[in-house]
Design a protein around this ligand. Structure first.
Ligand code: FAD
Length: 147
């Protein structure tokens, strides 16, 4: 894909060879997708930051970003509506669904940074069919379970 993520549309024969229990006319195959325990991962990140003399500011909203000669000034409002700011040489924007707004604050309003929302569906496979799928699987349209 354009953003560098490896994602392939596979046909029904490829689906059948990868997931014999599924008959689908097409599927999205994402070989680099995985499942992480997000709580443990965040806890580890937090510990690493604190062990390296970093500081974490919770409950505060970034409200503005000003470009400086050698970095940025970031303005925030905390949960008591108090304003504060800090400067940083680099910013990593991980604001999720509003990351485009944060980019705009920094003066980055490139068309490539626009978020295009699309809806997905999660399915849970209940016993006794739990073991039928071997991998994370995004069916385009499952026609039927073979078993
Ligand atoms: C109901 C639901 C179920 C899901 N289940 C799964 C699942 O089972 N497996 C899976 O892989 N994915 C799942 N996802 C998707 C997954 O949650 C997202 O892909 C993932 O959280 C995105 O991570 P992120 O860090 O990019 O953004 P987020 O997790 O959205 O984090 C962005 C953070 O930035 C903060 N923020 C935004 N703007 C500002 C600002 N101006 N100032 C300060 N902070 C700001 C937000 O408060 C938020 O905390 C699910 C999503 C939903 C909604």
């Amino acid at each position: 894909m354009k953003n560098g993520v490896n994602l392939d549309i596979i046909d029904k024969d490829q689906v059948a060879s990868m997931e014999p229990a599924v008959f689908a006319i097409k599927a999205l195959f994402s070989p680099t997708t995985g499942i992480v325990d997000t709580h443990s991962l965040m806890k580890r990140f937090e510990t690493n930051i604190l062990n390296n003399e970093g500081q974490i500011v919770y409950g505060s909203e970034v409200t503005g970003i000003r470009k400086l000669d050698h970095g940025y000034e970031v303005s925030l409002t905390d949960s008591d509506k108090k304003n504060f700011s800090f400067t940083s040489r680099i910013i990593i924007n991980s604001a999720g669904l509003t990351s485009d707004k944060v980019s705009e604050m920094a003066g980055l309003s490139d068309e490539k940074l626009t978020i295009n929302f699309c809806k997905g569906e999660y399915f849970r496979i209940n016993p006794p069919k739990t073991g039928l799928l071997t991998d994370l699987f995004i069916p385009y349209r499952i026609l039927k379970w073979k078993v």
